[in-house]
Write a protein that binds this ligand. Structure first.
Ligand code: CA
Length: 236
C-alpha cells in the first residue's frame, strides 16, 4: 500500500488534474491540486505534501520558479511534467532541483510508478538527490541544490549551461551520451546550437575541473559516440 502520502499536483490543464486526481486517489494517495503557480505555492505551504507533481509551463509563477522556490525551504520530492518540444523542454528539471521528470503525454500509470519509487526511496532515506555529491575522494563536489561546484574545496564558476551538462552527466554515471542526447537532456530540444556547441562547453568544463585536460578523469570522450562521466563517487 502506498499509505496515506499526500501529493500536490500543480498543473493548469484541468483534464490532467482530473485524471491524476482519480488515478492517484484510487491508488490510496491524498491528492490536492492547484491550477497555477501562485496557488500552487500557497497550497504547498498550507498542506506540506509528501511529493509534488509540477508542470513546468504554468500561469502566474512558472513551474521552474515554483520548483526553485520550494527548494529554498524543502527537500520534498518533485516530479516535473514537461512537454517535449515545447518551451518546457529547454529547462533541465534536474538542474533546478527536480527528482524526476515525465514527458507529456504520459500515462497516469507511468507517473504513479515514478511516484511510488521516489516515495519508497525517500522513505528508505536513500533519495537525497540533493545532497552534495562528491567524487575522487572529494576532489570534485557538486552541491546540486545550491548549484555550486567545488574543485579541491575551492568554488569553481561555471555557466548555467555548463552546470546543466555536468548535472546530466553525473546523474547517469554509467551512461555514454551522444551529443544529441546531451543537448536534448541538459539544454533542451529547442536549443539552437549544434553538436559542436556541446564540445565547446565540455572543453570549458574540462578546463575548470580536470587536472590534465589531455587526460580527463571526469568527462571522458567515448570515441565515435560522445561522452560519459568517469568520476568515482566518494561514499560517505
Ligand atoms: Ca501547462
Amino acid at each position: 500500500m502506498p499509505g496515506s502520502a499526500r501529493i500536490l499536483v500543480v498543473e493548469d490543464e484541468a483534464k490532467i488534474v482530473d485524471a491524476l486526481r482519480a488515478y492517484l486517489g484510487s491508488a490510496g494517495y491524498e491528492v490536492c491540486a492547484a491550477l497555477d503557480g501562485e496557488s500552487g505555492l500557497a497550497l504547498f505551504r498550507e498542506t506540506s505534501p509528501d511529493l509534488v507533481v509540477l508542470d513546468l509551463m504554468l500561469p502566474k509563477i512558472s513551474g521552474e520558479r515554483l520548483c526553485m522556490e520550494i527548494r529554498r525551504s524543502s527537500r520534498v520530492p518533485i516530479v516535473m511534467l514537461t512537454a517535449r518540444g515545447g518551451e518546457d523542454d529547454k529547462i533541465s528539471g534536474f538542474a533546478i532541483g527536480a527528482d524526476d521528470y515525465v514527458t507529456k503525454p504520459f500515462s497516469p500509470r507511468e507517473l504513479k510508478a515514478r511516484i511510488e519509487s521516489i516515495l519508497r526511496r525517500s522513505r528508505e532515506g536513500a533519495s537525497p538527490l540533493f545532497k552534495t555529491m562528491s567524487w575522487n575522494d572529494g576532489d570534485l563536489e557538486i552541491d546540486v541544490e545550491a548549484r555550486a561546484l567545488r574543485k579541491r574545496g575551492e568554488p569553481v564558476q561555471v555557466t548555467p549551461n555548463e552546470f546543466k551538462i555536468l548535472s546530466a552527466l553525473v546523474r547517469c554515471p554509467n551512461k555514454t551520451w551522444t551529443r544529441d542526447e546531451l543537448i536534448d537532456s541538459a539544454l533542451g530540444i529547442d536549443f539552437d546550437g549544434y553538436e559542436r556547441t556541446i564540445d565547446s562547453h565540455i572543453k570549458n568544463l574540462r578546463g575548470k575541473i580536470e587536472d590534465d585536460t589531455a587526460n580527463p578523469t571526469y568527462i571522458l570522450t567515448v570515441r565515435g559516440v560522445g561522452y560519459k562521466f568517469g568520476g568515482a563517487e566518494t561514499k560517505r
